[in-house]
Design a protein around this ligand. Structure first.
Ligand code: ZN
Length: 582
């Protein structure tokens, strides 16, 4: 396409203010577009406006998470969400409608190929929209909020103090089995108190979602969800194929590892509170101390992996500055008071720079988060020259390949005197942990996904039927633990998976992406690291401009979740694990 730059949006536009952006939205809505070239320009102009809008939100969000105690910063974000977003949304939908018409009118041949992904995603938005679903969506948001409220206030009285559930989670790593059991039961009992209230919320959600789907002309919510999530490259039947492949190849390995765990722990039967403790009773790994050390050692790893990735990572800074994005820092790594939990990478779409946020405390999982978010940042940087915003972001099924691959491909460079693990035993332990966790997540993803397919295919089920379905999925995909005497808890343990409530069907993406990341890692083992990294970079630079099968193909991978693909990956995982001493 000839047009790549836009002068439509002023460089100094303050897009946090609706009064500033409204005239630009209206100008695009009113503009008469009479040729294919005019369409190209219109799309680039729209993209530029939405980049400015997206960056405004990103900056407010970043500041909010970096300064949770600053009321002004908190208020600015809330104002944007409550005041600007609801007014901008209908304007954006108006542009969607106009865009679909324009692309259908002027997009032919090569141009249509270029706009293929953009067009099918936007058309889905327009086709699914129903006036009568707007109040139902509001109702669903409120229910989702209600779920968050019920679970968010859960506290447990434990060892003389009142504690949150995430705080209680730390006890699951304790080497004292009695303490683990007491902590586990305390949390399970607390959840049980609200289990009926949560069932009520979920029942209402299922009914409403089924109605939303019917209103939009679908037989049930599954078809609606697939279209609304822009899943055009795989079907519910493909998801079943993934479930079967996990059952056949991953579950046996999961059960073997659990049996090894049982033996190492020296217990008669493995119980739900035995799953997170180090099976040899060792202290947690300590790969670094502090944000600048984390950056230095991450640089060491990327320098070993690839010189281009290394220099890209260097542009993000040394991790010494923090406190939000306005000072120009792109990393905010150390955990501190007044910072939101978690970790993320957020692309500033207009200036084209990525920002990485995390709460590093010196643990292995922080190393994992750092290289993971760096992978997202590489993705953003590789497609920063793409004129269309929509193509600068790829669907999660591939976006997470970019990040999860880095967790595996950087592994060979975690060691050495300058690395995270100078001690060979620590290195081996860390790599084992990384490889195991990357494959063992798959059966849980299959469980949650299969559960949702059953739920929305049978929206009139009873609670007992739901519990029975959950139990049968646990037998099919679950860990090698005994739930004897704990049935009360196990039948409703699905309630801890928040995605079921706030983000239905959103989960299998991580399974698909993990297969892609493992696939790239296997390529690095079989064809050499340079081949894998080259394919990685080439695919990342496509952003989201091509359908998923093409993205996977560019990475030298088959877009396939079947038994052959999964079986091959599991075989490789087994042989690599066999080389690593405990
Ligand atoms: Zn990610």
């Amino acid at each position: 396409m000839p047009v790549t730059t836009s002068e439509f949006v002023p460089a100094d536009l303050d897009a946090t203010c609706f009064e500033n952006i409204e005239p630009l939205f209206l100008a695009l809505l009113d503009r008469s577009v009479e040729s294919a070239e005019a369409l190209d320009l219109w799309l680039v102009d729209r993209s530029e406006l939405e980049s400015a809008y997206s960056e405004a939100q990103a900056r407010l969000y970043i500041n909010m998470t970096c300064k949770t105690e600053d009321e002004q910063v908190q208020g600015a974000y809330t104002r944007f969400i409550e005041d600007v977003q609801p007014r901008a949304k209908p304007l954006g939908f108006g542009l969607d409608k106009k865009q679909v018409e324009l692309v259908e009118k002027f997009g032919d041949g090569e141009r249509m190929e270029r706009y293929l992904v953009l067009h099918r995603d936007t058309r889905a938005e327009v086709e699914l929209y129903r006036d009568e679903n707007v109040p139902l969506e509001t109702e669903l948001s409120k229910l989702s909020q209600k779920f968050d409220q019920i679970t968010g206030v859960m506290m447990v009285e434990f060892e003389g103090e009142s504690r949150t559930l995430p705080q209680m989670g730390l006890y699951q790593e304790s080497t004292d089995r009695a303490q683990r059991e007491a902590a586990w039961r305390a949390v399970a009992d607390r959840r049980l108190e609200d289990a009926d209230a949560i069932e009520d919320v979920f029942d209402e959600m299922i009914t409403l979602r089924d109605q939303v789907a019917h209103n939009a002309g679908f037989e049930n919510y599954i078809g609606y969800a697939f279209e609304s999530m822009h899943r055009f490259d795989y079907t519910p039947a493909d998801c079943s194929v993934f479930h079967d492949a996990c059952e056949k190849h991953v579950v046996p390995m999961l059960r073997e590892l659990d049996e090894q765990r049982r033996e190492s722990l020296g217990v008669q039967t493995l119980r739900p509170w035995d799953l997170l403790v180090d099976r040899l009773g060792r202290n947690p790994l300590r790969p670094f101390s502090g944000g600048t050390d984390l950056v230095t050692k991450t640089r060491h790893a990327f320098a070993g992996l690839d010189s281009e990735l290394d220099s890209m990572f260097k542009t993000l800074g040394d991790g010494s500055t923090s406190q939000g994005v306005d000072g120009g820092a792109m990393l905010d790594l150390d955990t501190r008071k007044g910072k939101a939990p978690g970790g993320y990478q957020y692309m500033l779409d207009r200036t084209g720079t990525p920002f990485i946020f995390m709460n590093a405390a010196g643990l292995h999982r922080d190393l994992e988060t750092m290289v993971h978010e760096a992978g997202h940042a590489f993705h953003s940087m590789f497609c920063e020259d793409e004129p269309l915003l929509h193509y600068r972001h790829s669907p999660i099924e591939f976006a997470e390949v970019a990040s999860m691959s880095m967790e595996l491909l950087s592994m060979p460079y975690w060691g050495g005197a300058q690395g995270f693990y100078a001690d060979e035993n620590d290195l081996s332990r860390a790599c084992r942990q990384q490889i195991e966790s990357s494959i063992l997540l798959l059966p849980w993803i299959a469980t949650i996904d299969a559960f949702q397919h059953w739920i929305y295919a049978n929206p009139d089920h009873t609670r007992d039927e739901r519990a029975a379905q959950w139990q049968s999925l646990d037998e099919r995909f679950g860990r090698g633990v005994s739930w004897d005497g704990l049935e009360n808890y196990s039948l409703r343990s699905w309630q801890r998976q928040g995605h079921l409530f706030g983000a239905p069907f959103y989960y299998i993406e991580y399974g698909i992406a993990q297969l892609g990341a493992l696939g790239l890692w296997v390529r690095s083992l079989e064809e050499g690291q340079d081949v894998a990294v080259k394919a990685y970079k080439k695919t990342l630079s496509l952003g989201g401009s091509r359908p998923l099968p093409e993205l996977f193909e560019t990475a030298g991978l088959k877009f396939d979740f079947g038994a052959d693909t999964v079986g091959h990956l599991v075989d490789r995982v087994r042989s690599e694990l066999a080389k690593l001493p405990e």
